[in-house]
Ligand binder design. Sequence first.
Ligand code: GRF
Length: 191
Amino acid sequence: MHKTNLALFASGNGSNVQAILQAVQNREISANVACIVCDQPQAYVIERAKQAGVPCFVLSRQGRNRTEWETQVATYLKQAGVDLIILAGFMRILGNTLLTAFPNQIVNIHPSLLPAFGGTPDAIGDAFRARVPETGVTIHWVDNGVDTGPIIAQQALSINPNWTLDELSAEIRKIEHQLYPKTIAQIVQQK
Ligand code: GRF
């Protein structure tokens, strides 16, 4: 039986990538991680890929437009037999090239209860400064909008008014590191 081949996209620290790698390793997710894709040559997620022995395709956007970048990435992913793309702290908007090459096969995580605080690179900070009573985490299919595709899973978090921004961020990360692996496991099971 064909095992789903995942590609994990990240631009930074990669703590969500780490959580997903661990879930694959302990068989919570029944899939292979074919590769990690990163657009930032200095990102710590590259080190995580090395530690995990997972191929990492690092391709800077420098000197490439979005279509050129996405065409090169799509070619690599097709050669690797990737079935499902998982965006985990990937800080770019996807264009038509990847969306067309992988229709309904791209998932994203956003640290708010979408549609609230969508389309912002600092959803946690924005919720904190807005002093809303709750925020949370959303996992959704990626469409051609920004943080707008069909929602797959959400988990709410009541904000303690005494928390600092760092404490709120830490609580969000805890939810992400549980919810993303669990949700990916469910998607893979339904394939
Ligand atoms: C996470 O909060 C994720 O929701 C957002 O970017 C952040 C990435 O963090 N898209 P990390 O690189 O996984 O630690």
